[in-house]
Design a protein around this ligand. Structure first.
Ligand code: GMT
Length: 377
């Protein structure tokens, strides 16, 4: 029997997709019998039940008045070293190069080099920070100091080589969904409660409303869709662009048709009442929300950006459009939404694609193989 591993996981616990993937991976690994130690600044938000082999270690930063900035990265490295030594960890799996891979590297040096580091790149650390020349060398150092580096799409691997130029192999391990959470439910009653009429189609967008998500393009596309098809738009999430989005909804007289739902926990229920997802970002290394929607049988339209074309099979599970091409986006959405037989095909293909390429078991096994390869070095 293969030895079960002791794995430390560090992520930004409350930040979108990367926090979700890190936490879900930890839970799946625990279910496989591995011992998991989350080391982060607060409790990962998806860690919502007790597991006998999952532990949480909080990183506390002292706020001495002599420090102008609290030294989080050092406090994290210290905690990693303490847990690695005390619990005899085999691996630290960190999500994000900055600062997590750097802190892990310090912890590894402190524990005597036996500890292995796996770093997963999720995007923002490369696509945003990689452009900041003052940090590029540090990101490269974090990548090269890791034993194994993965990225969540081929596009992110390419971008990392282009922007950061590390001398290190980076492997693609795609994101996944937990099929026990993301599946279609029959929720006609919920639809009624939202005042959605039976003949209306439901378009959904889920994000953190950062500028890169181009939520205003979602509104503009929906305006054209709505002219052709009775429909409602669900906007799920919150963030810096929310007031700009609200102003545009008002300006376009779409207040009755656009439902601003704010942050929501049970998005699978909202996908279950949706017919189409729009993700029109200008930066997106993967687009986890696309996968979540597809797992609930929802076809998707996304932009030809980053990892989105690796998730959507163009013309099969949805469509890929040029960034900002509102007319094409709306036309593609209308194509999907008008004919019920065609719609059924997109929906079935979306489910099939998730099952065959992004199922939790497939991706879990890929990570496990990487871990065991490290252990046998
Ligand atoms: O998209 C965000 O703003 C959040 C960010 C994060 O750190 O969670 O998302 C990144 O990681 C997700 C999980 O791998 C990917 O699905 C998102 O595409 C990626 N975001 C960007 O690249 C902008």
């Amino acid at each position: 029997m293969t030895r079960k591993l002791k794995i430390g996981i560090t992520c930004y616990p409350t930040v979108g997709g990367s926090g979700v993937i890190a936490t879900e991976l930890g839970k799946l690994l625990a279910e496989r019998g591995h011992e998991i130690h989350f080391i982060s600044s607060s409790m990962p938000f998806r860690l919502n039940k007790v597991y006998s082999n999952i532990y949480y270690h909080e990183v506390q930063v002292n706020q001495y008045s002599v420090f102008q900035y609290p030294p989080y990265d050092i406090a994290l490295a210290s905690k990693m070293e303490e847990i690695a030594r005390r619990e005899k960890l085999d691996i630290l799996h960190v999500h994000y190069a900055i600062p997590h891979a750097i802190s892990a590297y310090l912890a590894k040096k402190m524990t005597g080099d036996k500890l292995k580091i796996v770093t997963t790149l999720h995007g923002t650390d490369i696509t945003v920070l990689g452009y900041d020349p003052s940090l590029t060398n540090m990101i490269r150092f974090g990548i090269e100091g890791s034993d194994i580096v993965t990225a969540v799409s081929k596009s992110l691997v390419e971008q990392t080589y282009e922007l950061v130029k590390p001398n290190k192999e980076i492997q693609t391990v795609y994101n996944f969904v937990d099929e026990r959470v993301y599946y279609k439910r029959n929720l006609d009653e919920l639809k009624q409660q939202y005042g959605i009429l039976p003949e209306e189609k439901v378009v959904i967008h889920v994000s953190n409303f950062r500028k890169v998500k181009r939520v205003t393009d979602v509104i503009k596309s929906f305006e054209l869709i709505h002219k052709e098809i009775p429909s409602k738009l669900l906007l799920v999430g919150d963030g810096p662009e929310i007031s700009v989005v609200c102003d545009l909804v008002r300006e376009k007289n779409l207040e009755g048709q656009v439902l601003l739902l704010g942050k929501q926990e049970n998005v699978a229920e909202l996908y279950s009442i949706s017919d189409l997802m729009l993700l029109l970002s200008e930066k997106e290394s993967f687009g986890l929300v696309l996968l979540e929607a597809m797992a609930c049988g929802v076809p998707t339209v996304g932009t030809k950006i980053g990892g989105i074309p690796e998730v959507i099979d163009n013309g099969v599970t949805g469509y890929i459009c040029e960034l900002g091409d509102i007319n094409d986006i709306a036309n593609k959405a209308i194509t999907i939404l008008t004919d019920p037989d065609t719609y059924q095909q997109y929906s079935l293909q979306a489910l099939k694609r998730v099952k065959e390429n992004f199922s939790s078991q497939i991706i879990l096994e890929q990570y496990e193989q990487l871990y065991y390869a490290l252990m046998s070095e």
